[in-house]
Design a protein around this ligand. Structure first.
Ligand code: FES
Length: 288
């Protein structure tokens, strides 16, 4: 019959696909794929031919369309090696902005090479520099302190003690009784007595102002004719003999002689103790 389509029914979809590819595939490949996959049913593909057409559409290379040469797949890029940054950064050229990062790094390195610092340079290197500065500062301070301590050690404390000997003036300058003019400076009471019980004579003796209990300085109570220690209450006669309180022995006497010029010379470097029978020593009592 002249009205019948001589084309086999199974070949129509392909012809329709080819027609659609020719019309739309030249512009963009993706619509061509859609046409290849979707145009066939619209063109009346037989159910038996639909799976084959769908499979052809799935396996067709992207951009190739249903027909025409397949576009070669891009070669995989090799992994980018990290580029060490002079500013302490690491970056990679694999990122889309790799070229820009490289340009920034190059600009930073150039700025540093020129002796300057990038305005936005907040790399950890700055922190390291700050810490190094602090460390050096602490080290310098410690060294200075150690040096100062060493210097101080080279100049130890000096105890300025009064001289052990001193001239106390002429005997005529003293009346009978206790004279306290040398107490503060030398720790000595100079006593003039009309008669000393140990020496059976009148004269002078130099009495220590140090309590024989624990070393306090007794007070001279002239109205009571005694020395009274304020620490624990020990009492001493004018002669220096202890009579009350915890003091275990009498006060000590110092060497006392007449100097060549006739003055009284007191020598604290030599002491005399009554409990040892030393108060009768010729230098423990100055007869006058
Ligand atoms: S120190 Fe003088 S009584 Fe104790």
């Amino acid at each position: 019959m002249a009205d019948e389509d001589p084309t086999p029914e199974t070949s129509r979809p392909l012809a329709a696909a080819e027609t659609g590819e020719a019309a739309a595939g030249a512009a963009t490949p993706e619509p061509a794929v859609a046409a290849a996959a979707g145009a066939a049913p619209a063109a009346g593909v037989s159910p038996a031919a639909r799976p084959a057409a769908a499979a052809a559409a799935r396996t067709a290379p992207v951009g190739a369309g249903a027909h025409g040469p397949a576009r070669p797949a891009p070669a995989p890029r090799p992994p980018a090696a990290p580029i060490p940054d002079l500013a302490g950064k690491t970056t990679s050229v694999a990122s889309p902005g790799g070229a820009a990062a490289k340009a920034t790094v190059a600009a930073t390195a150039a700025a540093k090479a020129a002796g300057g610092r990038a305005a936005d340079d907040t790399s950890p290197l700055l922190n390291r520099r700050a810490w190094m500065g602090l460390a050096w500062g602490a080290f310098s301070a410690a060294s200075a302190a150690a040096l100062a301590a060493t210097g101080r050690f080279m100049f130890p404390n000096v105890l300025n003690e009064p001289p052990q000997q001193f001239k106390a003036g002429f005997p005529s300058e003293y009346g009978v009784g206790v004279d306290e003019r040398w107490k503060e400076r030398y720790g000595v009471w100079l006593v003039r007595t009309a008669e000393d019980i140990d020496n059976q004579a009148s004269g002078f003796y130099a009495l220590s102002t140090t309590c024989t209990h624990l070393g306090c300085t007794p007070n001279n109570l002239s109205a009571e004719a005694k020395f009274k220690c304020p620490c624990h209450g020990s009492g001493f006669r004018i002669t220096g003999v202890n009579f009350e309180g915890p003091a275990p022995r009498p006060l000590e006497r110092f060497r006392i002689v007449l100097a060549d010029d006739g003055q009284i010379l007191v020598d604290k470097s030599r002491k005399f103790q009554r409990e040892l029978g030393q108060w009768t020593d010729p230098e423990a009592f100055l007869k006058a």
